[in-house]
Design a protein around this ligand. Structure first.
Ligand code: PLP
Length: 384
């Protein structure tokens, strides 16, 4: 721009990957030379590393976070006639796994401060047909998973943690993915541990559950060409695992940088806007937040105008999520029309995700916040 504004990308994966280029090439070359493109040693080693990091007994690689969720439901034998409690303010995959197996999603509302599923709403939604609960650890912060697991245990219902956005997060110092019956992680490139393509991981403490997850991920085949159950083909390949192991070594440091960036945004924003204009995201005192997203709430119906203003100045933003899952076109024929989730609707109307990644610079954050301040100054002048 002519006024000297520098552009700020929503996400720049190259900044994290470029310094690791040699390490990636070396790791990939080893896979090329080994010829073990599936079930290679990098896959097993990554599974062990993530199990240890997330304090779970078993971790099982699979093709994506979406497949992890689907496999969890398949392994827990959930299907037609079963109800699964899930938030509607989430990425589509948290819900599509449920309808994909023929079960019924029971949508519950979120808490306005953290955007995470409301445990009281979960308690109210339990029926004799409830066969699983899928809390989503949204934006890098755990849902109130202690209370959710306690409720679930009282009713003997398994919990499937959607930790796709929250590897390394914790609640009361216990990691995401270690609380429930099954944990689901994603290595989609925008996630905190992002690969160079698709990838996912399942976690479980119970050995029988872990064994069933692996069985379903491999066509239900055991031994070779004898199929015990109708599974799917969902594998983490050796190339992805090799890349992910290089990045995994950097994950704690990357998380610390995200946390520093989140603190800085909140400090800077306080100086330029009032809390009725913009609410900074809230980290619950019990949680170790890993900031996959920095999500502000824009009040006064001004979210889209602010986003357009920032976009004109080459500042990347995104809306996660513009529409609740239960209102998606593909679910229009379902019986979700009477579902009422006021906090979910409000979040969809007000949320705005600012640029957030470990290598985002202080100067870039200052630019983002300065432009937000200017939007309100101009808007103030127009209003006056
Ligand atoms: C990314 C994501 C998924 C799906 O992960 P993929 O690896 O992209 O299939 C599931 N749930 C949530 C909340 C996500 O953000």
């Amino acid at each position: 721009m002519s006024d000297g504004t520098t552009s700020v990308p929503l996400l720049d994966v190259a900044r994290g990957n470029t310094p690791l280029r040699e390490a990636f090439l070396e790791a990939l070359q080893e896979v090329v030379d080994s010829g073990r493109f599936l079930f290679g040693p990098d896959v097993t080693q990554l599974e062990e590393e993530i199990a240890s990091f997330s304090q779970v007994d078993h971790a099982i690689g699979c093709a994506s976070g979406s497949d992890a969720l689907l496999l969890a439901l398949l392994a827990l034998n959930i299907g037609p006639g079963d109800e699964v409690i899930v938030p509607s303010f989430t990425f589509f995959a948290s819900v599509s796994c449920i309808t994909r197996v023929g079960a019924t999603p029971v949508f519950v509302d979120i808490r306005p401060d953290t955007f995470n599923v409301d445990p009281a709403a979960i308690e109210a939604a339990i029926t004799p047909r409830t066969k699983a609960i899928i809390p989503v650890h949204l934006f890098g912060q755990c849902a109130e998973i202690d209370r959710i697991c306690k409720t679930a245990a009282q009713h003997n219902i398994p919990v499937i943690e959607d930790a796709a956005q929250s590897i390394g997060a914790a609640y009361h110092s216990r990691p995401a993915g270690s609380w429930g019956t099954v944990g689901c992680f994603s290595f989609y490139p925008t996630k905190n541990l992002g690969g160079m393509g698709d990838g996912g991981m399942l976690s479980a403490n119970d050995p029988a559950t872990a064994d069933r997850l692996r069985l379903f991920a491999g066509h239900g085949m055991r031994p070779r060409y004898y199929h015990q159950v109708v599974g799917i083909n969902s594998r983490l390949d050796s190339f992805q695992a090799a890349v992910l192991r290089v990045k995994f070594a950097q994950l704690p440091e990357a998380i610390r940088k995200r946390q520093a960036n989140a603190d800085r945004y909140s400090r800077l924003l306080k100086d330029v806007v009032d809390s009725d204009q913009i609410q900074s995201p809230v980290a619950s005192e019990n949680s170790y937040h890993v900031w996959n997203q920095y999500s502000i709430r824009v009040g006064g119906g001004r979210r889209d105008a602010l986003r357009a203003f920032l976009s004109e100045r080459n500042i990347g933003t995104e809306i996660y999520y513009p529409i609740p899952v239960h209102k998606q076109e593909c679910y229009r024929n379902e019986s979700f029309a009477k579902v009422s989730l006021p906090e979910t609707d409000a979040a969809c109307a007000e949320i705005l995700n600012l640029p957030m990644f470990p290598e985002l610079t202080e100067a870039e954050q200052q630019t983002v916040v300065k432009q937000i301040g200017e939007f309100y100054q101009q808007a103030g002048r127009v209003a006056a």
